[in-house]
Design a binder for this molecule. Structure first.
Ligand SMILES: C[C@H](O)[C@H](O)[C@H]1CNC2=NC(N)=NC(=O)C2=N1
Length: 118
């Protein structure tokens, strides 16, 4: 069986009325994005990225925003001088969905391929 890496997938439209991932399912997805931490009893994932200064953090945040618009799945982002903290949850189900892990993988890819960093 071939497994498609998360980074190669596309977010599916978010809908309510489905159960969020169970903690063990979230833990299995998390292994594919080891830089991310599962928080709030598996209702959210979070990662902090470091940058050289405020401008580079903001450049990253803008690229994350473009990616979110393209995928139709939107993280909460908090940023300041030298850092950006990205938090993902599927709001409609107040918990985690595969979409959150797809976005996490794509954001990691974006961060790795930026010619900026700490
Ligand atoms: C119509 C559209 O798919 C929804 O409103 C999307 C937009 N982006 C979203 N992003 C996140 N993180 N959770 C959602 O439930 C969500 N819903």
């Amino acid at each position: 069986m071939t497994v498609t890496p998360l980074v190669a997938k596309t977010c599916t439209p978010c809908r309510g009325g489905i159960p969020p991932l169970m903690p063990d399912e979230a833990a299995a997805f998390q292994k594919q994005v080891p830089g991310w931490a599962v928080e709030d009893e598996a209702r959210r994932i979070e990662r902090t990225y470091k940058f050289k200064n405020f401008a580079e953090a903001f450049t990253f945040v803008r690229k994350v925003a473009d990616l979110a618009e393209a995928e139709g799945h939107h993280p909460d982002v908090c940023f300041g001088w030298g850092y950006a903290t990205v938090s993902l949850q599927t709001k409609k189900i107040r918990g985690l969905h595969e979409n959150d892990f797809i976005m996490a993988a794509k954001i990691d890819d974006l961060a790795e391929n930026l010619s900026i960093g700490p």
